[in-house]
Design a protein around this ligand. Structure first.
Ligand code: GLC
Length: 436
């Protein structure tokens, strides 16, 4: 049985009333899923709310391993919607954290919420628990993503980034290389579609949802552009590289027709389905897809899938949107030591390896990336390490929730009406009001 990395500070562990209702009196959208277990009266009870990721194991099962590994803390997992429902997960957390009543004690936060939760005073600064020597064990870019105004307010869980999945067999039959430019991708996709090798050329996520901003960041950055400048105030969303990127997305549906019209209503899973059932040449998605593609129970393309960095425009560089989730401790928890002990275990090398091999969630510690077990079970993670580490962040601002809604609606409209410059000009005005 896995042991916690460091023993729980015996003193100072506040007891909490048995939480028959405490952790469960969460908003209606928060569904407690952990099986009812006999709870030793001397355990500190804490709640852990997270978007729910799926794989060979569930998060609830991993939490259970922690519960059984020690006898001082009992964690109840509160399941939030899946990460593709980013807006809903965000709403559920904001409703709870804004009450400042300490529930949930621990939560997970998408990388885009760190600035907002920190600036609202909802996330406990963690520097005193995780000093420099601990922070040095993670990729530096992720520690900086977890740091707001000089304070570490999140502890890395897993890193994610957009990547290109391709059918090795179809490319070989067509005598094509893995594309490095968007034009190569378009040409190869069209060639294979025409020859009847696949129904769809390129699948991506055009639904008016958070993932649309991720797909947008990638094409825009691959043309050398960005949404905001490095000062997080200069709005670059209507500049030529941004227009070029969004125009490319429009063209995949309406001009080159390598993407079906349906991508406009697809987020991650709907776009993944036709790829793993063998109907598409290329797919943009996150790292979780590899495990599914290699599982005969859910895939008809086992051993036929390769993973590569996303293409770019001539003269530009491949870009992957930085995604992933981090642990946060509620600034109002009455169970700090228990919460810290739990996230220490959840972010430990052993648990990160477990999440990587069981749920396809890439580690945030370089040491775990190099573990032979990871290289064997998730070979693409090791190969694409630089893609994860060099991923491009979405705008970093406490006002991100407003920024994303403005982008989602403008880009959605542009993808339907094709007035890319006009819609991005409108987005620029809205973003200038929000962050200016
Ligand atoms: C993934 C990413 C997350 C992103 C979300 C969008 O879960 O890890 O950062 O916001 O997808 O759907």
């Amino acid at each position: 049985m896995t042991k916690p990395e460091k023993p729980l500070a015996a003193a100072g562990l506040g007891r909490r009333e048995a939480m028959t209702t405490a952790g469960l009196a969460l908003g209606a959208s928060l569904l407690p899923l952990a099986p009812r277990r006999a709870r030793a009266a001397d355990r500190t009870q804490i709640t852990f709310a997270s978007a729910n990721f799926y794989g060979r194991e569930t998060i609830a099962q991993v939490v259970d391993v922690y519960n059984q590994s020690q006898s001082k803390v009992q964690v109840t997992f509160v399941q939030l919607p899946p990460p593709s429902s980013s807006t809903e997960v965000h709403q559920a957390l904001v409703q709870q954290l804004a009450r400042r009543n300490g529930t949930p004690d621990v939560f997970t936060q998408d990388v885009i919420w760190i600035a907002e939760f920190a600036s609202a005073g909802w996330a406990l600064p963690l520097d005193q628990y995780f000093g420099k020597s601990v922070q040095d064990q993670y990729f530096p870019g992720l520690i900086s993503a977890c740091t707001f105004q000089g304070k570490l307010t999140a502890l890395p869980w897993h890193v994610d980034s957009g990547m290109l999945y391709y059918r090795k067999d179809l490319l070989a039959q067509a005598g094509a290389q893995v594309p490095t430019t968007w034009q190569d991708l378009t040409d190869t996709a069209q060639k294979i579609q025409k020859s009847g090798g696949a129904k769809f050329g390129y699948l991506w996520q055009g639904k008016q949802a958070e993932v649309l901003v991720c797909d947008m960041v990638e094409v825009v950055a691959s043309a050398g552009g960005a949404i905001l400048g490095p000062d997080s105030k200069t709005v670059l969303v209507a500049e030529p590289p941004a227009v070029k990127g969004v125009q490319f997305l429009y063209d995949t549906i309406h001009t080159s027709k390598i993407s079906p019209h349906d991508v406009l209503s697809w987020d991650e899973e709907p776009s993944r389905g036709p790829f793993t059932s063998g109907e598409a040449v290329f797919l943009r998605n996150w790292s979780y897809v590899y495990k599914i593609a290699q599982d005969p129970a859910s895939s008809s393309v086992v051993d036929k899938v390769g993973v590569a960095p996303l293409p770019h425009f001539p003269g530009g560089k491949s870009a992957a949107c930085l995604g992933g989730y981090q642990y946060g401790v509620n600034a109002h928890t009455q169970n700090r030591e228990a919460a810290i002990d739990f996230i220490t275990w959840m972010s430990s090398p052993a648990t990160q390896l477990r999440f990587a091999t069981g749920l396809g969630l890439a580690p945030t510690r370089p040491s775990v990336f190099d573990q032979p077990e990871l290289i064997q079970k998730q070979p693409f993670m090791h190969t694409l390490r630089d893609v994860f580490v060099g991923a491009t962040p979405r705008p970093v601002t406490p006002k991100y929730p407003q920024v994303t809604l403005a982008l989602q609606s403008s880009v959605s409209r542009a993808l339907v009406n094709g007035n890319v410059q006009d819609e991005l000009d409108r987005a620029k005005k809205r973003l200038t009001d929000i962050v200016g």
